[in-house]
Write a protein that binds this ligand. Structure first.
Ligand code: S3P
Length: 170
């Protein structure tokens, strides 16, 4: 599979980078949360509320199976917990977008649609809990990543160029 799969914490900019990459290299950008929302015909926050997180994780796994069987040459952005699916490496080259927790919060809060960005993420409702999750996941993300790109204070175009450079070298 020649896909590139972007992983990383909520709000780090996976969707933005995927779209910038797609634009630069004329590839299709796919987002796992969008796929799940379309399969379920409801928003992630409603899936969490109505079915719970465990069910959502099963939907991510179903999505991962479909991606590994059916998608090639795409840039794939993922939900922050998607990296735990059991076939991640079969989907494509795994690129971690890395940033400090404070820079992520800053990025979300300074967005013109900040309230909406926060409201749609059930696991970002408490800053304290989110920080705990960030700490737990930090080393796990690094363990599965083929490539790590620091995204702090960089534009999407700069990040895209670095991804291309690093992935080509593999
Ligand atoms: C989650 C991240 C969200 C979404 C869901 C769970 C997580 O995606 O998949 O709310 O477990 O980190 P973003 O990373 O796009 O916010």
């Amino acid at each position: 599979m020649k896909n590139i799969i972007l992983i990383g914490f909520m709000g780090v900019g996976k969707g933005t980078v995927a779209r910038a990459y797609a634009d630069e290299f004329k590839a299709f950008a796919i987002d796992t949360d969008d796929l799940i929302e379309s399969m379920e015909n409801r928003k992630i926050k409603h899936i969490f509320k109505e079915d719970g997180e465990a069910q959502f994780r099963q939907m991510e796994q179903k999505c991962a199976k479909w991606l590994s069987k059916s998608v090639d040459n795409a840039i794939i952005s993922t939900g922050g917990g998607f990296f735990k699916v059991d076939n991640l490496k079969k989907i494509g080259t795994v690129v971690l977008l890395d940033s400090s927790f404070n820079a992520i919060l800053e990025r979300i809060k300074s967005h013109p649609n900040a309230e909406k960005k926060l409201a749609k993420r059930p696991l970002l409702q408490s800053e304290k809990e989110a920080k705990k999750l960030y700490k737990e996941r930090s080393s796990e993300y690094k363990k599965v990543a083929d490539v790590v790109v620091n995204v702090e204070n960089r534009t999407a175009v700069e990040i895209v160029k670095e991804i291309k450079k690093l992935v080509t070298k593999l």
